[in-house]
Design a protein around this ligand. Structure first.
Ligand SMILES: Cc1cc2nc3c(=O)[nH]c(=O)nc-3n(C[C@H](O)[C@H](O)[C@H](O)COP(=O)(O)OP(=O)(O)OC[C@H]3O[C@@H](n4cnc5c(N)ncnc54)[C@H](O)[C@@H]3O)c2cc1C
Length: 540
C-alpha cells in the first residue's frame, strides 16, 4: 500500500471519502478506478490559519495492482508519498503454557489499564491469570459512584479511583500519550479497545478519546473475553501482602470484603495498583520493597463556557463547521520561576469528585463520548518535589493528604467552587446564574478556594491565569470557576524495579502509574503490555 501524508481538506468537510479519493487521484495522477480502497491512517485538525480550518490526513491507499503501486513509489519525487509500513506489534506467544504443571497462575493486582492489559496479553498467551481488584465490577461500581455523587457518602474500596477499569474509567478517556510507538504497542492497544467497543476513529484521530460512557462497556467486554480465555477475576478482594523465600515470591495474601483472608500460591504477581493505593504502598514498604519519593503536580481545576474555548481555538464562524469541542494546552513560567501548566483538559466535560479517602476532597475531570456538557474544564497545576514537601519517604503522599483534608474542611466534605473574579479579590463567591454554570459530578458549594491552595502558590496562579487570558480570550474572565484540590496528577512514590520490571523480590513485578512508570491511560496500558512480555520471556 502507498501512504500519502499532508492531504488537506477545508472544514467543513462535506463528503470525506469522495473528497479524499479526488485528492489522491490528483496527487498520484491516476484514474478513479485504479484506487481499490483507502484507509485513513491519521487525521488532525489544523487551526493555524483560523478561521480557515483544515483537516490534515495521512492516508493508506490500495491500488488495483501492486505493480502500479511499485511504479508510483519508484517514480514519485513527492516527500509525502511512501510505502505504507506501520510497525506491526506481535506478542511472542510461549508454547503450551498450561501444560507445564510447575507453572502457577500469575496474579495480577489491579484492573486499571496497566493490570488489565498485562492480564489481557497473559490470557491470550494461555497463562490464565487471576485478577485481584479491591473495588467492584464496573456496573456495581457505577451505581456506587453515582450514590456517592448524590449523597457524599464514600465507599473507601470502590470509588472514582478504585474498582474495575481503574482510575481512568470515570474519565475523559483521552488516549494521547508522549510515548513513541516504534514497536506498534500503542496501535495494538487501540485496536483492542476498538475490538471491545470503542469507536474506530481512535485508530486514526491524533487526539483519540473514548468517553466514560463507552469505557465502562469496553472494560466489561475485555473482562468477559479474558474469562473465556481462562482468566479469573475476583472483585472486592484486596492484596494485603506477599510471602517470599530467599528473595523469590512464593504467595500473595488477599483479604475479601468480609475480612476473610486467603493465601494464593504463585511465583508471579504483577502489582498494578495505581496512584491512590496509599495503604498498599505502606504495606509494601513494610514488607521491604524499595521505594523513593517522586515529583507530582498539584493545583486547581478551572471551568469555562465551552463556546469561549471554541471561539478562541477555532476562530469566528466555528458554530457552522461541525467541529468537536475544542481543547487547549497551556504552559507558563511565572516570575518566581515556577512552571504552571494545564493538565487533563476535558472539553465538554464535568468536574468530578475523585476522592478515595473519607476526610479528603480531590477533583478531576471526565467527559462522555459526545463531550457535550457545554463546559470545558482543565486542571492548572504546578510540579512539586521533595524540596517542597520533604525528603522522608512518603512526605509527598502526606503533603497530598494534607491538601485534600484542607479541601474537605473548607467545603465541609463538598467540592469548593469560586469564581475567578472573587478568587483574585480573595472575596467569597455568590452563586451567579448568569455566569458559567458549574458542571460537577458530586456535591459542591461556593467558598474560598484560595484557602485550599498551598499559600505559596496563590500569586503564581493569579499570574498564570491572567497570562492565559492573553492566549485564550476569556480564560481570565471573572466568571471562570475554580475548584480544588487537584492533587492526584500522578503517583507520589516510585517502586524501584530492575530491567525485567521486577521489584527487589524475584517474581513480584511492578507497573503502571502507581509504581511511578506511567502517567495516563495509554502509557499505563503500554507498561502493562511490557510486563506481560517480560513474564512470557521468563516463564516460557
Ligand atoms: C477522574 C480521572 C480522569 C482521568 N482522565 C484521564 C484521561 O482522560 N486520559 C488519561 O490518559 N488518563 C486519565 N486519568 C489518569 C488515568 O486514569 C491513570 O493514569 C491510569 O488509570 C493509571 O492506570 P493504572 O493501571 O496504573 O492504575 P489505576 O487505573 O489507578 O488502577 C489501579 C487499580 O488497582 C486497584 N487496587 C489498588 N490497590 C489494590 C489492592 N491492594 N488490591 C487490589 N486492587 C487494588 C484499584 O482499585 C484500581 O482499580 C484520569 C484519572 C482520573 C482519576
Amino acid at each position: 500500500m502507498i501512504q500519502i501524508n499532508q492531504i488537506k481538506l477545508r472544514v467543513p468537510v462535506k463528503n470525506e471519502t469522495d473528497q479524499l479519493h479526488d485528492e489522491i487521484r490528483h496527487i498520484l495522477h491516476i484514474k478513479a478506478d485504479e484506487i481499490k480502497y483507502i484507509k485513513i491512517h491519521k487525521k488532525s485538525l489544523d487551526a493555524r490559519k483560523k478561521p480557515d480550518l483544515f483537516y490534515s490526513y495521512s492516508v493508506a491507499v490500495k491500488l488495483c495492482s501492486s505493480q502500479l503501486e511499485e511504479k508510483l513509489l519508484k517514480s514519485s519525487k513527492n516527500a509525502n508519498i511512501s510505502r505504507f509500513a506501520p510497525p506491526q506489534y506481535e506478542f511472542v506467544m510461549p508454547k503450551n503454557v498450561l501444560s507445564k504443571p510447575s507453572l502457577q497462575r500469575p496474579v495480577i493486582v489491579g484492573t486499571g489499564p496497566a493490570g488489565l492489559f498485562a492480564a489481557y496479553f497473559l490470557s491470550l498467551a494461555g497463562y490464565a491469570p487471576i485478577l485481584i481488584e479491591r473495588g467492584m465490577d464496573v456496573d456495581a461500581r457505577q451505581e456506587t459512584v453515582d450514590e456517592f455523587f448524590q449523597s457524599g457518602v464514600l465507599n473507601h474500596s470502590c470509588n472514582v479511583c478504585f474498582g474495575e477499569g481503574g482510575a481512568g474509567t470515570f474519565s475523559d478517556g483521552k488516549l494521547q500519550t508522549q510515548v513513541k510507538d516504534k514497536s506498534g504497542r500503542i496501535r495494538k492497544i487501540l485496536e483492542i479497545f476498538v475490538e471491545h467497543g470503542a469507536d474506530s476513529s481512535i485508530l486514526y484521530d491524533n487526539k483519540p478519546h473514548i468517553g466514560t460512557d463507552i469505557l465502562t462497556s469496553v472494560v466489561k467486554n475485555m473482562r468477559n473475553h479474558m474469562i473465556i480465555l481462562g482468566a479469573e477475576v475476583r472483585f472486592q478482594t484486596t492484596f494485603t501482602g506477599f510471602i517470599q523465600k530467599n528473595g523469590e515470591l512464593c504467595a500473595v495474601e488477599v483479604t475479601r470484603a468480609d475480612g476473610s483472608k486467603e493465601v494464593i500460591e504463585t511465583s508471579v504477581c504483577v502489582l498494578a495498583i495505581g496512584h491512590s493505593a496509599r495503604d498498599t504502598f505502606l504495606r509494601l514498604h513494610q514488607l521491604g520493597l524499595k521505594m523513593e519519593n517522586k515529583p507530582f503536580a498539584v493545583g486547581l481545576r478551572i471551568q469555562h463556557d465551552q463556546n469561549v474555548i471554541n471561539e478562541s481555538q477555532y476562530g469566528i464562524g466555528w458554530e457552522d463547521k461541525k467541529l468537536p469541542a475544542a481543547d487547549y494546552k497551556l504552559t507558563y513560567q511565572t516570575r518566581s520561576n515556577r512552571g504552571v501548566y494545564s493538565f487533563c483538559m476535558c472539553p465538554g466535560g464535568y468536574v468530578i469528585n475523585a476522592s478515595g479517602d473519607g476526610e479528603g476532597v480531590v477533583v478531576n475531570g471526565m467527559s462522555y463520548h459526545d463531550r457535550a456538557s457545554g463546559i470545558a474544564n482543565s486542571a492548572i497545576v504546578i510540579t512539586v518535589d521533595d524540596s517542597l514537601y520533604g525528603k522522608n519517604l512518603f512526605d509527598g503522599m502526606h503533603f497530598q493528604i494534607e491538601l485534600e483534608r484542607k479541601a474537605y474542611q473548607t467545603g465541609n466534605g463538598k467540592i469548593v467552587l469560586e469564581c475567578y473574579g472573587d478568587f483574585k479579590k480573595r472575596k467569597m463567591s455568590e452563586f451567579r446564574t448568569n455566569g458559567v454554570t458549574p458542571k460537577v459530578k458530586g456535591q459542591y458549594l461556593f467558598g474560598p478556594v484560595s484557602e485550599i491552595l498551598p499559600k505559596d502558590f496563590y500569586d503564581d496562579f493569579v499570574e498564570s491565569i491572567d497570562h492565559y487570558g492573553q492566549v485564550i480570550k476569556g480564560f481570565d474572565s471573572e466568571d471562570a470557576l475554580l475548584c480544588g484540590i487537584e492533587s492526584r496528577t500522578s503517583s507520589p512514590i516510585k517502586i524501584l524495579r530492575n530491567e525485567m520490571m521486577e521489584s527487589c523480590v524475584h517474581g513480584l513485578f511492578v507497573c503502571g502509574e502507581g509504581a511511578g512508570y506511567a502517567g495516563g491511560i495509554t502509557s499505563a496500558a503500554v507498561d502493562g503490555v511490557k510486563v506481560a512480555e517480560k513474564i512470557a520471556l521468563m516463564y516460557n
